[in-house]
Design a protein around this ligand. Structure first.
Ligand code: GLY
Length: 346
């Protein structure tokens, strides 16, 4: 246990502002985040998480399946039937307890049940705490008929939570792979801000990531512009997740995507070798992540998948890239440059 006090970070969104409580033992604050008129809650979680939550009102626990294959519309259908069985009404609340997959799915189900009811997230993974549970992006993947992934988070909504808990005690038993995934998103924040996150205490580090995200979301909630910067490293990352059928986890893919974004920026004359080396040093040496493309990787498939990225407004290649003005959205990238940069990846 740390002596650090629980930090409260606000996501300022005028009439929908909410608090994120970050710290050891923060889950005891859950009751204080319940909407005042809620009489009943459905807690959405996953088998094996075994995290005790007490919202202070009547509640039922519903589990969704483990793994990306369950991040699909049929899971939303199942959840809505559970909401009906629990008698969840307009003033009631959904509580998502888990990693990014759970909070994305619980948030999406809350956003469509009775055309939208309150949701509160208890993020239990590092990636959930620093990214997925904050900012109101919810959704599921598009699936092929055989259940394999056809596109990451292509079906979803913007639906802000009423509050978020990041209890750092939940990280004590987090498997190394999930720690890595959180570090992939933190490395992204490093490049967006230059902050030395690793020099901070765990409470300050997670709270700082929440602050960075809150500030971007407050400025551009629906990703009309600046919020797209939070997708730094994500264009290749989403393609890698789909091409490996999620054999590569999101944060692992983001680490590779960051190294690729630097190489693509160099290919386009936006940065030099020094900046590529800096990306590799931070991602590999500081954050302890791999930047090697999974093998075999098919460049044609990766290019085709990258063109379907949600950032693309016209079916062309759009990336978030470093450059003389810092990190910015770059549309209309020449596929030949994207291919050449892939060929320079370790
Ligand atoms: N994960 C990127 C965003 O929330 O905008």
């Amino acid at each position: 246990m740390s002596a650090d006090p629980i930090r409260v970070v606000e996501v300022p969104l005028v009439d929908r502002s909410y608090e994120v409580h970050v710290g050891h033992g923060a889950v005891t604050r859950l009751g204080s985040l319940m909407p005042v008129r809620a009489r009943r809650a459905v807690v959405v979680t996953q088998p094996g998480l075994d995290i005790a939550v007490d919202p202070g009102i009547a509640h039922t626990v519903v589990e969704i399946g483990l793994g990306e294959a369950h991040k699909r519309l049929t899971t939303i259908d199942d959840l809505c039937r559970s909401f009906a069985a629990a008698g969840l009404a307009r003033n009631d609340v959904v509580i998502g307890v888990g990693g990014g997959m759970v909070t994305d799915v619980a948030g999406f189900a809350a956003s469509v049940w009775h055309r939208g009811i309150a949701v509160v997230h208890v993020a239990t993974s590092l990636l959930g705490m620093v990214d997925a549970a904050i900012g109101g992006k919810t959704g599921v993947n598009l699936s092929n008929d055989d259940g394999t992934a056809a596109g990451k988070n292509l079906i979803g909504s913007f639906w802000q939570p009423s509050g978020v808990i990041c209890d750092l005690d939940h990280l004590a038993t987090l498997p190394e792979r999930e720690q890595r995934c959180g570090r992939g998103e933190m490395a992204k924040y490093h490049f967006l801000t230059g902050d030395d996150l690793l020099a901070m205490s765990l409470t300050d580090r997670v709270a700082r990531c929440v602050e960075i995200k809150a500030e971007v979301v407050a400025a551009d909630e629906r990703e009309g512009g600046r919020r797209a910067l939070l997708n730094y490293g994500h264009t290749l990352a989403h393609a890698l997740e789909a091409s490996t059928d999620h054999g590569l986890a999101h944060g692992e893919a983001v680490a590779i995507g960051l190294a690729y974004a630097a190489r693509l920026a160099r290919e386009l004359g936006r940065v030099g070798d020094d900046r590529v080396a800096e990306h590799d040093r931070v991602v590999v040496d500081e954050y302890g992540l791999s930047i090697e493309l999974p093998q075999p990787s098919d460049p044609d498939r990766l290019l085709a998948l990258m063109a379907t990225d949600k950032k693309s407004l016209d079916g062309g290649l759009t990336f978030v890239l470093d450059g003389p003005n810092g990190v910015e959205v770059v549309p209309g990238v020449d596929p030949a440059a994207a291919r050449s940069a892939l060929a320079t990846m370790p």
